[in-house]
Ligand binder design. Structure first.
Ligand SMILES: [Fe+2]
Ligand SMILES: [Fe+2]
Length: 401
C-alpha cells in the first residue's frame, strides 16, 4: 500500500501542477511544447525516461523521447573518446504506432484509460496489449515500471499519449505511485489544450505565409518572373540579413516579407509590363509606380510582417547614391530591408534568363554587383553578399528552373 500523502505534499503537488499549467500556456512552438510536457511529467513522477505520442488520424506519431540513463551512457562513451556532446541525443523518434489495442500506447489512445504497470515484462496473459521489447533489446535497456496516460482535450478526445518509464525512489526503480495517476492525467489534459492551441497557431501561420507567397507569385506572373524567382530572392535576402548580423527574428521577417516586393505590379497595365520593346519615358514612369502601388496595397496593416513588406515594396528600387526610385532616397535613409532586397532582386535578375536578355554568367553578375557597391548598393550589403557567396550559390542551384 502506498503511504498516504500529507496535506503539505498534496499542496506542493497542486502548486507545481499549477506552475506547469502556466508554463505550458506560454510556450507557442509545438516541438518545444511537447518536450516541455514530457520533461515536466517526468520530473513530477521521478521517471528516468519517457516518450510522448501525438495523435494524427488513426495513428500515434512518436514525437519526443527522453531517457536519462541512455543519455548518461552516451555522454560517458563520448567522454571516454574525448569528444564533446554537441546535441543531447533524442533516441528513436519519428515513427508511427497504429491506434489499436495491441500496443500499450495504442491501448491508452483507444480506450482513454490510464495504464499503471509494475513491470511491463510481466503483463498477465489475456491482456489485449503487449509490451514491445525491441527498443530495450536494441539499446541494452530495461523498461520496468510504466505509467501511460491519455492526453484528452476539453471535449474528451484523445490528442496524444504520455508514457513515463521507470519511476525512481533513490536509485531503485519502483512502481508509479497510484496517486500520480490522476495528477498526471490532469497535467496531460492541460497539455492537450496547449498542444491544440500551438497546432492552431502553427496552422494559421503556415496558411498566412502560404497565402502571402501565392499572392506574390500572382503578381510576378504578370511579367516574366517566376515562382522560383520569389523562392530564390527571399532566401538570398535572408542570407544577406543573417550575414549583416541581424537577429533571427529580423532575418525571418525579411525572409517572409521580401516575396511581396513586386506585389504592386498588380496595378501596372499589362501593355506596359509585357511590352517587348523599350518603354517610353511615360511608360517607364508608370512601371516605376509598382513600388508605390505595392506600398498602397500593404499600408495600414496590423501584422508586423506586412509592415516590413510595405517598406520593402516601397524601397527595393532605391539606390545608395540617391539615383533610384520612387523617392530618390540616399544612403541610410533607405531602410536596411529595402537595401538588402535590392541586391537580392538584382542578383537574381542578372543570373536569370529574361525574354529580353540571356542569363549573365556568375562572373559578370558579380562584377556588376561589385561595381555597384557604394553606388547602386550599400557596400555593407555587398560585403555580406561576397562573404556568403557559397550559401547564395547553393540556393541558386536548388531553385534553378
Ligand atoms: Fe520591383
Ligand atoms: Fe523581383
Amino acid at each position: 500500500m502506498p503511504a498516504k500523502l500529507s496535506t503539505k505534499d498534496l499542496q506542493g503537488q497542486m502548486m507545481s501542477l499549477n506552475r506547469i499549467g502556466i508554463a505550458l500556456t506560454k510556450e507557442q512552438d509545438l516541438n518545444q511544447l511537447l518536450a516541455l510536457i514530457l520533461t515536466e511529467s517526468r520530473l513530477f513522477t521521478n521517471a528516468e525516461a519517457g516518450s510522448l505520442y501525438v495523435r494524427e488520424g488513426q495513428q500515434l506519431r512518436f514525437s519526443v523521447s527522453q531517457n536519462d540513463v541512455l543519455d548518461a551512457r552516451k555522454k560517458a562513451e563520448l567522454k571516454a573518446q574525448k569528444k564533446q556532446l554537441e546535441v543531447v541525443p533524442s533516441t528513436f523518434t519519428g515513427f508511427y504506432v497504429s491506434l489499436d489495442k495491441s500496443s500499450l500506447a495504442g491501448y491508452v489512445g483507444v480506450t482513454a484509460k490510464v495504464l499503471n504497470l509494475l513491470d511491463v515484462y510481466k503483463v498477465p496473459a489475456g491482456k489485449e496489449y503487449k509490451f514491445n521489447r525491441s527498443f530495450d533489446e536494441k539499446n541494452n535497456y530495461r523498461t520496468k515500471s510504466m505509467l501511460i496516460v491519455p492526453m484528452k482535450d476539453a471535449s474528451g478526445n484523445v490528442v496524444g499519449v504520455i508514457q513515463l518509464i521507470n519511476a525512481h525512489k533513490g536509485k531503485n526503480i519502483v512502481p508509479f505511485d497510484k496517486h500520480y495517476e490522476n495528477l498526471v492525467l490532469s497535467l496531460a489534459s492541460q497539455a492537450a489544450i496547449a498542444i491544440r492551441n500551438a497546432m492552431l497557431t502553427q496552422e494559421l501561420k503556415e496558411a498566412y505565409l502560404d497565402t502571402i507567397f501565392r499572392l506574390s507569385v500572382a503578381a510576378e506572373y504578370k511579367d516574366d518572373d517566376t515562382a522560383s524567382h520569389i523562392h530564390r530572392m527571399s532566401r538570398y535576402s535572408a542570407i544577406l540579413a543573417e550575414g549583416l548580423g541581424l537577429s533571427a527574428a529580423e532575418v525571418e521577417s525579411i525572409r517572409y516579407a521580401s516575396p511581396m516586393h513586386d506585389i504592386g505590379k498588380l496595378g501596372v497595365p499589362d501593355s506596359i509590363l509585357m511590352k517587348p520593346g523599350k518603354l517610353t519615358p511615360a511608360e517607364f514612369k508608370e512601371m516605376q509606380n509598382h513600388t508605390v502601388f505595392g506600398a498602397k496595397i500593404l499600408e495600414n496593416a496590423k501584422a508586423e510582417l506586412l509592415k516590413v513588406s510595405e517598406i520593402i515594396a516601397m524601397t527595393h528600387h532605391e539606390k545608395w547614391d540617391g539615383s533610384g526610385y520612387p523617392r530618390g532616397l540616399k544612403g541610410e535613409s533607405i531602410p536596411l530591408s529595402g537595401r538588402v532586397v535590392a541586391l537580392a532582386d538584382v542578383f537574381d535578375a542578372l543570373t536569370s534568363k529574361r525574354c529580353y536578355k540571356p542569363a549573365f554568367s556568375l562572373e559578370d553578375s558579380m562584377k556588376i554587383i561589385k561595381e555597384g557597391s557604394g553606388r547602386h548598393f550599400d557596400a555593407k550589403v555587398v560585403q555580406a553578399f561576397s562573404d556568403n557567396l557559397e550559401k547564395i550559390l547553393a540556393v541558386k542551384a536548388q531553385f534553378s528552373n
